[in-house]
Design a protein around this ligand. Structure first.
Ligand code: AMP
Ligand code: ZN
Length: 113
């Protein structure tokens, strides 16, 4: 997926401010944070969105979910966070490589997102 922004970040051809990396995932600070802490967690495998999760690749998602509490702590979150994945046009997904937003570091507004 040479034209995918997040695949380029994984490959290192576009820089990122990394929080955590292993063989399966990369976590890095969002370039346009919407909260004091705003981290994106992505699988290294190119999955376009939540709609692309299958029995064959869902282990990558499970590994991310296992790691998210630790990633949130590494990013400095101590008092809770919100996890968001925008899927498709109505949700406003702009980068078509599955990603999970971890937002926190402040009291977040009670809202649908
Ligand atoms: P979404 O709108 O859910 O597809 O989220 C895409 C996110 O990627 C947005 O919050 C952007 O700010 C973020 N983003 C776009 N380009 C970069 C980049 N080069 N480094 C870090 N985050 C980025
Ligand atoms: Zn990709």
């Amino acid at each position: 997926m040479t034209d995918c922004l997040f695949c380029k970040i994984i490959a290192g051809t576009i820089p990122s401010n990394k929080v955590y990396e292993d063989d399966d995932m990369l976590a890095f600070h969002d370039i346009n944070p919407e909260a004091p802490v705003h981290v994106l967690v992505i699988p290294k495998a190119h999955i376009p969105s939540m709609d692309g999760v299958t029995a064959e690749n869902s282990c990558a998602v499970a590994k991310i979910f296992e790691k998210i509490p630790e990633i949130a702590k590494m990013a400095g979150i101590t008092n809770g966070y919100r996890l968001i994945s925008n899927c498709g046009e109505d949700a406003g997904q702009t980068v078509h490589h599955l990603h999970f937003h971890i937002v926190g570091g402040t009291k977040l507004p009670v809202h649908i997102v």
